[in-house]
Design a protein around this ligand. Sequence first.
Ligand SMILES: N[C@@H](CCC(=O)N[C@@H](CS)C(=O)NCC(=O)O)C(=O)O
Length: 210
Amino acid sequence: MYTIHGFGMSFNTTKVLYVAEELGIDYEFVGLDLTKGEHKLPEHMARHPLGKTPTLDHDGKVLFESATICRYMAEVEQSPLYAHSDPYRRGQINQWIDYFSAHSGRWLSSLLFERVFKGMIGMGDPDQANIDEALGFLEPQMGAVDAQLGRGQYLAGDALSIADSFAFAYVETCAVSQFPLDPYPNIVRWNNEYAGRAAVQRAQSRAGTA
Ligand SMILES: N[C@@H](CCC(=O)N[C@@H](CS)C(=O)NCC(=O)O)C(=O)O
């Protein structure tokens, strides 16, 4: 049995839920309210050394880091969404997961923090210098994603993979973060298609954000 502890409003949690739903696994989602400090209680500090979310408990085996959790679940399930029998395709899937963690996702996260979360948690006004820095990195990085999605239907070619679920959790925040996707028509096509997937509806309903 898989148990995911997370915060439904966070993309780090939604990427894990999207992957879990795409894999079709049986899991329990336990929401932790970060605004109430539930992630710093001793029982969660035992799951994550810094008390962050999400975490996974798989029959008593505990993991943290969202990318690790996504890969682990897909590996256990021997899923074609993680190409267990094709090392090069698996490399391509990992490449786009890592690309989003290190590049596009990192700066979309910064934009979301400045334009949305700061206001929600009373941390003051958005910092324009931070926004400009994020936009400066995002324009070429999202351009590269758009070019990739012009070469194939999905991030790692013409078949869906866990990289799409992982990346979608970041890209769907563009709407609330006011990052216009109009200059990236292939991302718009992919984003709209992924948003309509049943896995997304199910995950959002489990997370309480549908
Ligand atoms: N690299 C980690 C990031 C985890 C993370 O920073 N989670 C945030 C929510 S998006 C959190 O729990 N923040 C609360 C805190 O840092 O105390 C992952 O991908 O899982």
